[in-house]
Design a protein around this ligand. Structure first.
Ligand code: ADP
Ligand code: MG
Length: 483
């Protein structure tokens, strides 16, 4: 009997997704969707730094309760992401009106445990130093085994940065190269080079060095934790006892005054003691706004090296190297295709190649241009800037026989609102525009309206085959330029 009731409840939920229920699976499912959208919206780095540790506690009435391990995180997430989380929940479930964020210590019901720092603890002390009394424990983040000098492909855009990194690995703390400041856009190899220096210094060089590598966010997180637990002295001593300190993605320290101050002092203490510092950021010291002037000056007084955007030649070399390493035969045509299409950063290029490998492996088929087109369909679509929101609006309006101007009008009658929602949905799918951007093209609507439209259309596609076909047809026409 209870089975029957559960089944009935289950199907009821499917039919009206806005209904609130306390079914755990249903809630978990919603929460999973909200999380993945959150990750898409804010990007991996921010998600991992701040949002990964949020857990769902429960729902009461129209209010969802989420839990974070510490008050600091709770306040931060509430201030920075509260509105976004609320909007995303509402898009999943319009019945939700409020999101309550709690810190672990204030609630006995939360499922989470102690603060999770993300990466597993990892110490890079070598055997030569193993007899030293205090182990350095979790102060440094894990290094990626693949990020070595040998696996780094050198070309015009990165040869200077590479040479500087090599130099530091050979002769650390040389004043001309201290600090070494590496900067450049996302996915161009900054982290790779830092790890390569760390590997070299901690394992290979004649005198093994103790190296601490961490992201600026981790630095900040550790520092704030130390403040809270009144162990700043230990934290400082730990930091200042290393031979080499590396801080990745320094731009995330911007505007965090306390932490900047601490970083500045650590920085000076280390340089004065003849230790090497390596920093990475997305901009040069002079272009990093929000940085204290004295820190900016300090950062720029060693060697500043720029990783430039990749060239076609470098992308080809990287693809060749990765294919050779993986032992997979990749036709030159396929590499050219990828190097032409995926120009923004090496991480994406690598990701595309790995997907080709996985596909070839799974189906036991060689990599061909045809499979590349097929497998990378969605990746490549993101790179095709051909489809504009205007085209989408025009095509969708034609299809449902309404005026294009209705796309931006305030009218809410269903025969207008539905095509408008479809156009928003397609804009999200086919262009790289952000939600607020899309909203602006539709009569200055809010990004939550766009989010709601996307959720609504997604649900309708699942529920109504004829509607799904219409949308699919429109998508194909727009994608193939037949609009
Ligand atoms: P960043 O830190 O600048 O955002 P990463 O160092 O994380 O970028 O690089 C992104 C990915 O691209 C990594 O997997 C890295 O190994 C790879 N990569 C970047 N540049 C190169 C290169 N020149 N040769 C080989 N792999 C590279
Ligand atoms: Mg990086």
């Amino acid at each position: 009997m209870s089975l029957g009731i559960d089944a009935a409840r289950g199907s009821g939920m499917m039919a009206s997704p806005s209904r609130l229920t306390n079914s755990d699976a249903f809630l978990d499912n919603q929460w999973a969707k909200v999380r993945s959208k959150l990750q898409l919206e804010v990007g991996d780095v921010e998600y991992r730094a701040w949002l990964k540790q949020v857990t769902l506690s429960g729902v009461a009435g129209d209010e969802v309760t989420l839990v974070l391990p510490t008050r600091f995180l709770r306040d931060w997430v509430s201030k920075e992401y509260g509105d976004l989380i609320t909007a995303l929940w509402q898009a999943e479930n319009p019945a939700i009106r409020r999101i309550e964020l709690r810190a672990q210590s204030n609630t006995g019901t939360a499922g989470g445990t102690a603060p999770n720092l993300g990466e597993p603890p990892h110490t890079m002390q070598t055997s030569a130093q193993a007899h030293k009394p205090e182990p350095r424990g979790e102060i440094t983040a894990a290094l990626d085994q693949r990020f070595t000098f040998e696996s780094f492909v050198v070309g015009k855009p990165n040869e200077f940065a590479y040479a500087c990194a090599r130099r530091v690995a050979e002769a650390p703390a040389n004043p001309g190269f201290n600090p070494l400041f590496l900067y450049g856009g996302v996915g161009l190899g900054k982290t790779h080079l830092m790890h390569a220096i760390a590997w070299e210094l901690s394992t290979k060089s004649g005198r093994p060095h103790s190296v601490t590598y961490m992201s600026a966010e981790k630095f900040m997180y550790r520092f704030i934790n130390a403040l809270r637990s009144q162990s700043t002295l230990e934290f400082k001593n730990e930091l200042r006892s290393v031979d080499v300190l590396m801080i990745d993605d320094l731009q995330f320290l911007i505007g965090k005054d306390n932490t900047q101050e601490e970083f500045f002092h650590t920085f000076n203490a280390l340089v004065d003691a003849g230790k090497q510092i390596v920093i990475s950021a997305d901009k040069s010291p002079s272009d990093l706004s929000g940085l204290e002037d004295r820190l900016r000056t300090r950062l720029g007084c060693g060697m500043v090296a720029d990783l430039h955007a990749t060239t076609f030649e470098l992308r080809i070399s990287i693809l060749e190297a990765k294919a050779a390493r993986a032992g997979v035969e990749v036709p030159a045509k396929v590499m050219e295709f990828l190097a032409h299409k995926i120009t923004s950063n090496v991480r994406e290029l690598e990701g595309a190649l790995n997907r080709l490998f996985a596909h070839a492996n799974l189906f036991n088929r060689p990599v061909t241009l045809e499979t590349a087109h097929e497998v990378l369909h969605d990746v490549l679509r993101a790179y095709d800037r051909r489809v504009t929101i205007q085209e989408i609006q025009k095509r969708v309006a034609e299809h449902w026989n309404i005026r294009v101007s209705e796309m931006s009008s305030a009218r809410r009658s269903r025969n207008i609102a539905r095509p408008r929602q479809v156009a928003m949905y397609l804009a999200k799918q086919l262009t790289s525009k952000s939600l607020p951007d899309i909203g602006r093209h539709f009569g200055d609507r809010d990004h939550t309206t766009v989010m709601h439209a996307v959720a609504r259309v997604t649900a309708l596609i699942a529920a109504d085959a004829a509607f799904a076909e219409d949308v699919e047809l429109l998508r194909r026409m727009l994608e193939s330029g037949q609009a």
